[in-house]
Design a protein around this ligand. Structure first.
Ligand code: APR
Length: 254
């Protein structure tokens, strides 16, 4: 481990262990090591398909079958196969140690909950559930009959995923709770997000403005790095969070 990385890991462990109230904000980068590609950057989904053509609510309402074909091909199969990685499990350990109070995630893959995180705000919804656009009947994605596209409810209505499409509002209860957590925390751990999509990207800014320390873990720099984050630990989330947790355990056993 490079000296600087070693120091940053030790710094993060000390900051987390000394914190009163830690909140995490996570993005697609935390699930990359679970086999789910990110949206942006190299190998990103939006490099393959235009998000405004396939992930905007207007596009879905205009041609649900077209969006469903791509959603299934590009998301369902990948999410179905994915399992939590050491980064998800490390956040659970920080929760067990009483440090991490809540996780605000932009991910719709459900991997934080599958790992055992108890307090997760699904800021952009979840792909595990579908809702009929006519009668609002809900059903689990895994029980959907996908032999017919778009999948339909028994009332004849078309199912849509309970994810937030571009052009849609963040559920008010998720937004307000995330804002209060961001303002309350004294350390925000920002993991694997390009911090380019609002209002999620504003949470670290709000935390900083209310006196928190912002620790960023990402494979690359983001717009937060030189303006909001106290420091960036650059690398794979699974490796870094694993090292930080080991360091926290070492501090506590000393
Ligand atoms: N470990 C840590 N960071 C990683 C890793 C990894 N293994 N792999 C990629 N990253 C980083 C990238 O450097 C990038 O900064 O994760 C980030 C992923 O960014 P995006 O793909 O833009 O994902 P995210 O920030 O979650 O996107 C926000 O945009 O498309 C919408 O609704 C979608 O929730 C999503 C939102």
């Amino acid at each position: 481990m490079k000296p600087n990385m070693k120091n940053l890991v030790k710094q993060a462990a000390a900051d987390l262990n000394g914190a009163r109230h830690v909140v995490a904000l996570t993005g697609a980068g935390i699930s990359v090591e679970s086999g789910i590609p990110p949206f942006r950057g190299k190998g990103g989904l939006w490099e393959k398909i235009d998000p405004m053509e396939f992930a905007h609510i207007d596009a879905f309402l205009q041609d649900p079958a077209k969006v469903w074909r791509v959603l299934i091909k590009e998301m369902k199969d990948v999410v179905d196969r994915a399992r939590p990685n050491p980064a998800h499990l490390g956040l659970v350990r920080l929760e067990e140690l009483g440090l991490l109070k809540a996780t605000i995630t932009q991910n719709v893959d459900g991997l934080h909950q599958m790992a055992g995180s108890s307090d997760v705000i699904e800021f952009h919804g979840n792909f595990a559930w579908q809702r009929c656009m006519d009668c609002q009947n809900r059903t689990e994605t895994r029980s959907l009959d996908l032999t017919r596209i778009p999948p339909r409810c028994r009332c004849g209505g078309i199912y849509r995923p309970e994810c937030i499409f571009f052009g849609e509002m963040i559920p008010p209860q998720h937004l307000s709770r995330s804002q209060s957590l961001a303002a309350q925390c004294d350390v925000m751990l920002v993991v694997g997000t390009s911090a380019t999509v609002e209002p999620a990207a504003y949470m670290p800014v709000l935390s900083k403005q209310t006196g928190s320390k912002v620790i960023e873990i990402n494979a690359a720099k983001t717009p937060l790095t030189d303006s909001v984050s106290d420091y960036l630990i650059k690398g794979q989330a699974g490796d870094i969070i694993g090292m930080i947790v080991a360091e926290v355990e070492k501090i506590r056993s000393a």
